[in-house]
Design a protein around this ligand. Structure first.
Ligand code: DOR
Ligand code: ZN
Length: 369
């Protein structure tokens, strides 16, 4: 039986939400060997100022959200980053002061109304004209992008040769990179071959996170039976896209692609409603097991130390290197044996980890932390 040990890993894109449920979601991350996380700021209200003294009814601060996370169990993480939610109120002065204090490491671009909790985002061009991106480039704050063009009609939003993500990475982001060549950018939860190619074209300042679901599934898996637990944004794409993602992560020279689960819990009662379906797949507790399963599906023999090294780079060190974090000194193990996945009970209701939502509660890999 194959068993191998890895440094604890960082989930460089996740959602812990807020309120009483925080503790449950943080625990599910600690239970899967996670040593640190980048916790998304699409809270209600959005985490859109750095300092508590600047808070208003419309914006939480990174200081406050970080404290809430820490007191709900997050103090057990070695690293915790909360990016600033970019809104039309964001100023270059906020970026400079935040970076100087050491609290601000990253900012998050949400395409206006493009996904869950994205209604406070402004178009990317506004952060160009306001000087926000220039300030970020100057002080080395990372831009985390939800890379989808906003406000598209259905036929451009998702079609065979174009979709919101391909448009964003072929038309929108290249202009920003040209203007701010030293701005560090993480292309988050990428789903297309076009995005993989874009990331590969600039290996100094650009990197990307990839989720377990985008490595394991395609749009066909979502449509067959309308499995809404597989609905997240950006939506799953085609086989050629998934193949490009898999080949990026198993490439022995990969330094740019790393783990960011986009684990996004929605309680069962909210996941599917009469007027649509909440976007987000919950992978708390199971992400390393799903990632290693994807490596196997891509043809890697995980009993070999060479394959384990490539996996280690994707899960534990590429992301740490990009964000300037030390690789964790603690470890956890993955074991090639069946394991059972449980529904997560929270004070708000049940949350289905992805495989359970797809009618499967046995995984081929187990974890020991
Ligand atoms: O599927 C998603 N869910 N994509 C996002 O960008 C947001 C997330 C959420 O917060 O539920
Ligand atoms: Zn997300």
């Amino acid at each position: 039986m194959t068993e191998f040990t890895l440094p604890k890993w960082y989930d460089l894109h996740t959602h812990f939400r807020q309120g009483d449920v925080l503790g449950s979601y943080i625990k599910s991350h600690l239970d899967m060997g996670c040593a640190g996380a980048l916790a998304m700021p699409n809270t209600k209200p959005p985490t859109a100022v750095v300092f508590e003294s600047d808070e208003s009814g419309n914006a939480w601060s990174i200081e406050r959200y970080m404290r809430d996370l820490q007191s709900a169990g997050g103090s057990a993480f070695e690293q915790l980053i909360v990016p600033l939610y970019l809104t039309k109120e964001t100023t270059p002065e906020m970026i400079i002061a935040g970076a100087k204090s050491g609290i601000l490491k990253a900012c998050k671009y949400y395409p206006p109304h493009g996904t869950t909790g994205a209604e406070f985002g402004a178009p990317l061009s506004e952060y160009v004209s306001s000087g926000v991106l220039a300030a970020m480039e100057e002080v080395g704050v990372v831009l985390c992008v939800h890379g989808e063009e906003h406000n598209l009609a259905g036929d451009r939003y998702f079609d065979l040769d174009v979709n919101a993500e391909t448009i964003f990475y072929s038309e929108r982001l290249p202009q920003v990179v040209k203007k701010f060549p030293k701005l560090k950018i993480v292309c988050e939860h990428i789903t297309t071959k076009a995005a993989v190619d874009f990331v590969r074209s600039n290996d100094d300042y650009i990197a990307a996170t990839i989720t377990p679901q985008h490595l394991l599934y395609t749009i066909g898996d979502l449509i067959k039976g309308l499995k809404y637990h597989l609905f997240c944004l950006p939506v799953l794409k085609y086989c050629k896209d998934r193949e490009a993602l898999l080949s990026a992560v198993i490439d022995p020279s990969n330094t740019q692609f790393f783990a960011g689960t986009d684990s996004a819990p929605h309680i069962a009662a909210n996941k599917a409603t009469e007027c649509g379906c909440a976007a987000g797949c919950f992978t708390g507790g199971v992400a390393p097991q799903l990632y290693v399963q994807a490596f196997e599906i891509a043809g890697m023999d995980m009993s070999q130390s060479g394959s384990q090294d490539i996996f280690k780079r994707f899960l534990c060190s590429n992301g740490a290197d990009f964000y300037g974090l030390p690789v964790s000194g603690e470890s956890f193990s993955l074991i090639r044996e069946d394991s059972k996945v449980e529904i997560l009970k929270t004070s708000d209701g049940d949350v289905m980890p992805l495989p359970v939502g797809l009618g499967c509660n046995i995984l081929p890999w187990n974890i020991k932390v």
